[in-house]
Design a protein around this ligand. Sequence first.
Ligand SMILES: *Cc1c(COP(=O)(O)O)cnc(C)c1O
Length: 381
Amino acid sequence: MINPAAFEKWETPFYYYDLSLLKETLGVYTSCLNKYGYHAHYALKANANDRILEEIRLAGLGADCVSGNEVTLALQSGFDPQKVVFAGVGKTDKEIITALKGDIFSFNCESIPEIEVINNLAAGLGKKARISLRINPDVDAHTHKYITTGKAQNKFGISHWMFDQVWDVVSRCTHVQLIGLHFHVGSQITNIGVFKALCHRVNEFQRWFVNKGAELPVVNLGGGLGVNYHAPFEHRIVDFNSFFELIHQNLIVLPGQEVHFEPGRALVAQCGYLISRVIYVKKGRGIKFAILDAGMNDLIRPALYSAHHHIVNLSSKGRDMRYQVVGPVCESSDRFAKSVLLPQTQRGDFIALCTAGAYGQVMAMRYNQRDIAPAYYSDQL
Ligand SMILES: *Cc1c(COP(=O)(O)O)cnc(C)c1O
C-alpha cells in the first residue's frame, strides 16, 4: 500500500485521504444513481473537510445536514440550496431561521412541535417551508446500539401511531408544504435485508398518506450503508449495485416521485487513514503494548462504539507478533486493538489505522490539551 517514506515530511498523527479512491467511489455511486434516476444528498457529518466536500459537490450530490452550522457550511461550500436537506430532533429557532433564509430544499421534521415552530418561523419570514416527515419505521438496523435510529424506542422520527395527529397539524399549518416521507434507520448497516424490510415499511406508510390525500413528490430513504472495516483492501468500494438493485426491486415508487438517499460513511470511510507513529513498545503482562502518538481524541470510534479498525505497520517487514495497540490519552478506553498481529514493531514505525475517513476527523477533540490532527491528501504526497 502506501510507502511510508512519503510520510516522513509530515508530523504525526495526521489524517491521510486518498482522493483517487474517493473519486472512483463517487463514480461508481453516481453511475448507480443515474441508472435508476435516483438522487443523493451526502451526510456532511461523516466528514466535512473542504477537499472532500468539493469532490462530492462536483460529483453532483447534494448535502444532508444535521445542524445549522452544517447548513451554513454546505451553502458556503457551494452546494445548491435546492440540494440541501436538514434533519435532526433538536433544531433550534436560530438553526431553522438559517435554513429558511438559505431557501433549502427540505426540513426533515422529527416531531409535531418542530413542525409547528417551523410553520411559525416561516410565517414570520413570509415563506413557505418544504418539509418531509422523518418516520420512525420501527425497523431494527442490526448494528451497534449507539447508531441504531429507527427502532420505536429511539428518539428519532415520528411513529406510525402519531400519523393521524401529524396529518392534522400538517393540514392546518399554512406555512409548511409536505413534500414527502423521510427515513434513516441507523448507520454501518451490513445486513442488506434491513433495507428490504425498510422498503416494505416505506410502501405501507406511503400508502397511508396517499389515502389521506397527500401528494408525496419525494421519498427519502436516508443513509446507513455499512463498509468493511475488517478487510478494507479487499473491499475498497461498497457493493452499491446490489444495494440499489434491492431498492429498485422492493420500493414502490409513486408516479412521478423522486427517490432520494443520504449516504455518508459508504462514500468516505475507505479513503481515509489515521497515520501515526509508535512512540514506545512497552512490555505488559502476557502482551506487548504498542503505544501510538494517535489517541482516542483523534479517532474515538473504538472507544465509543467498540469499533474495529484494521491496523497496518507501514514500516516493518519483521515476523508477526501480538500487540495491544493503544494511544497516549489518560483513559483505559484509549485503545485501538486489544490483541492484533503486527510485524515486529518498534519505536518510530508508521502505523496506519484504516477506514478512518468517516466519523474520524469530524469527531476529533482536544482532550488532554492535545492538538487536532491535520489532514493531508494524496495529491500532496
Ligand atoms: C448520519 C445520517 C446519515 C448518514 O449515515 P451513514 O451511516 O453515514 O450513511 C444520513 N441521514 C441522516 C438523517 C443522518 O443522521
